[in-house]
Design a protein around this ligand. Structure first.
Ligand code: AMP
Length: 475
């Protein structure tokens, strides 16, 4: 998890980065940061908290320059420490480098050990610093960013969408399996890359296309150049982006997330129809699914849980007790809509089971007679190592329970998770091109102690010097 953005725009980078990060806030609420290049130096500001809390107009006015990158963080590797806030900034010889990363490496420990053996020091506990070190070392060896990115793609195992700014030029690349989303947009006076298309929309920019898996995109004042570094036989787009993580109005790898969720809702009804008085969603994550269910079933969609819009995601509360209390502050049941009614309650996923259990309890207290829970993802059976913050197997309610046991535990009248086939059908990308690790326990990259179907990756060329800038972006 995390959101990244990079921009080169003659009109100035900082304000646009700020709005783009605002649009990506759902990808990380723990910290935010922006670096810009003013032609001579790197300007930077970062802090803990939401985008709106970290940046003020004065701060943004000081972030001068037409090029810059930004990051919102939700930690997967690396603790919640001030030094881990991104972008990470480096000075190498007389070059200024700033880097931001969305994703998670699975070979962090071995890569870090290699560097430490040769006496190199680290100032953060993130995998991003390792990527920066590999890149800088290789640029120093070969003098070419393309070669350095090629080398990186050979070394790194895991998910990475990366934006790096070197002396005001933006380089963006995406892992060969395309695990995390990444796209390119045309701004008024330049170009941008961002984790999701909603950031492009926020700047009234024009969505161009996704960054291809294994591709390197270079943006400077003259425009965009793209170079394909590596190609995988099969991709592994994160299935959970479609289920929960991405904003519903984003288009990821050619697919509008809202359409996927609505279709899943329809599939949920086809798979397990039930008679009820109304369909209700757990707002906002379950809404598109509930609308799809209501359309297919012809049961009216009635909002019976009101969300307090000024509260963050309850999942990020550190303790179980706090999370349970927070659900009540975040969601308030409407007794007039629930009294003596049979309700289909739709949500995107059950992870620990805390939220669903608490919501069902509250709805029953408010008078609901039956609560038929319908879930837009199959049961989550295994942890994620590739960038979604998922608990361990012990904490996942469905990792060692069958559906009936989960139903009993959350006290629903009935429970149905959408099947993997129906989910894949709704996304419209073949299962072989999706990462389903959290649902199947089979991962697209080798992970110690886990079952994997690692994808074959081919490298397009060994040296890029002659090709630099040959590939134009397809506008
Ligand atoms: P729970 O079953 O209590 O763990 O909460 C599940 C709810 O948390 C889901 O309905 C989602 O809306 C949300 N959720 C799912 N996965 C995540 C995640 N990785 N981080 C934050 N929230 C999540």
């Amino acid at each position: 998890m995390c959101g990244i953005v990079g921009i080169v725009d003659a009109g100035g980078a900082a304000i646009q980065l700020y709005y783009a990060l605002y649009a990506l806030q759902h990808r990380g609420q723990e910290s935010a940061g922006i670096s810009t290049f003013d032609g001579l130096n790197l300007q930077k500001f970062k802090g803990q908290g939401l985008v709106a809390d970290v940046f003020s107009t004065t701060v943004l006015a000081d972030l001068k320059g037409s090029a810059g990158i930004g990051h919102v963080r939700y930690p997967t590797t690396g603790a919640n420490l001030p030094e881990n806030i991104q972008p990470l900034n480096f000075q190498f010889k007389d070059h200024f480098i700033s880097i931001a990363h969305n994703g998670n490496l699975v070979n962090t420990a071995e890569l870090r050990a290699e560097f430490e053996q040769s006496g190199q020091l680290f100032i953060t506990t993130t995998d991003t610093e390792i990527i920066a070190k590999i890149l800088i070392n290789e640029i120093s060896n070969t003098g070419w960013v393309e070669d350095a990115v090629h080398f990186c793609m050979r070394k790194l195992r895991g998910s990475y969408s990366i934006v790096v700014m070197i002396d005001g030029i933006i380089y963006a690349f995406r892992d060969p399996l395309g695990i995390k989303p990444f796209c390119i947009g045309k701004t008024e006076n330049g170009y941008m890359v961002a984790s999701e298309s909603v950031a492009v929309d926020a700047l009234s920019a024009k969505f161009i296309r996704d960054v291809k898996p294994g591709e390197l995109v270079r943006i400077d004042g003259d425009g965009v150049k793209c170079t394909q570094i590596a190609v995988a036989g099969k991709r592994a787009h994160c299935i959970f982006e479609y289920v929960y993580f991405a904003r519903a109005d984003s288009i990821i790898d050619g697919v509008l997330v809202y359409t996927v969720r609505r279709k899943i809702g329809q599939n949920l009804f086809e798979e397990d129809p039930v008679k009820a008085d109304s369909v209700c969603s757990v707002p906002d994550s379950g809404t598109a699914y509930a609308i799809g269910y209501a359309e297919a079933s012809k049961i009216p969609f009635v909002e019976s849980l009101m969300k307090n819009r000024y509260m963050g995601r309850t999942f990020i509360m550190p303790s179980q007790k706090e999370r349970e209390k927070a659900v009540r502050i975040k969601l308030n049941p409407i007794p007039a809509h629930l009294m003596d009614k049979s309700i289909v309650l739709v949500d995107d996923s059950i992870v620990r089971g805390t939220t669903s259990k608490r919501i069902i309890e509250m709805m029953r207290d408010a008078g609901a007679r039956e609560i038929h829970m319908r879930i837009g993802s199959p049961a989550i059976k295994a942890p994620c190592y590739l960038g979604v913050d998922m608990p361990t197997r012990e904490e996942l309610i469905a990792s060692n329970r069958i559906e009936e046991e989960v139903r009993h535990s959350i006290t629903a009248t009935s429970l149905h998770h959408v099947s993997l086939d129906a989910l894949v059908e709704a996304i419209g990308i073949g299962q072989g091109d999706l990462c389903t690790g959290c649902l199947t326990g089979c991962y697209p990259v080798q992970i110690d102690g886990e079952h994997a179907k690692a994808r074959q990756i081919d490298f397009v060329d060994e040296t890029y010097q002659s090709k630099l800038g040959t590939f134009e972006v397809g506008i």
